[in-house]
Design a protein around this ligand. Sequence first.
Ligand code: ADP
Ligand code: ADP
Length: 228
Amino acid sequence: RSALSFEGVTARYAPGSAPALSDVSLEIPRIGHTAIVGPSGAGKTTMFSLLLRFLNPDSGRLVLDGIPLDEWSLEDLRRRIVYVEQDTPLVPGTLRENLLYTHQDADEETLWEALRAVRLDERVRALPDGLDTSLSTAVISGGERQRIALSRALVSTPEILLLDEATAQLDGLTEAAVHEVIDRVAQTGAVLTIAHRLSTVIDADQIVVLESGTIRARGKHHELLATD
Ligand code: ADP
Ligand code: ADP
């Protein structure tokens, strides 16, 4: 049974304008990794905006666990659907505060395990203040920031993780961290990626090909190769 579905969803950014998504129906299984691919302007980001309720459909509906998305409280929704964007802003404060941002009562072991998964544990252990290092004083690269944002998603173990893979070239460690997080979260929940990397698409349980706001094809990598 699917956790999340788009049911005939049409969405526009302005009344009377061309739809960014047209009559999209899609079931996203409770467990596993669904990768969305397609050219620029296809509607990939719009699907995320609808799931996060930054945008409402013109017609059709989204349903989470049998309940229309617009009937959920935003608080509950933000707990269940976690979004890691290309440049997720970190909050001013310490590393610990950032890791605990969506899940306040995670224990120490969970934090270190999350850091280990994105290969930041040794780096953080070497800092004089460890987890209590203030992010305003630490020298942190863009890749490390992204890995902190990814490890935060592991701390909160979301039921649904939305991940927009950066379009820019990722360094090797960050790319490995992206895959590690997808693999881990997809074992117990649903991961939905806007995929830019072939490796991500090949490994996905389901690939959705979007074009001009409609789903052109859907299936596993080898199935899509066979039909088109
Ligand atoms: P995404 O799949 O995350 O929406 P896109 O493939 O749409 O990313 O775009 C990748 C990057 O290239 C974005 O930063 C976008 O602004 C830029 N871009 C896309 N299309 C064009 C274009 N025709 N001209 C210039 N920049 C573009
Ligand atoms: P993708 O993420 O696949 O590149 P988007 O979902 O960003 O595609 O865009 C789908 C369509 O919606 C495109 O035609 C785009 O120009 C339009 N669009 C996206 N964001 C906005 C916006 N904020 N205002 C108006 N049109 C938008």
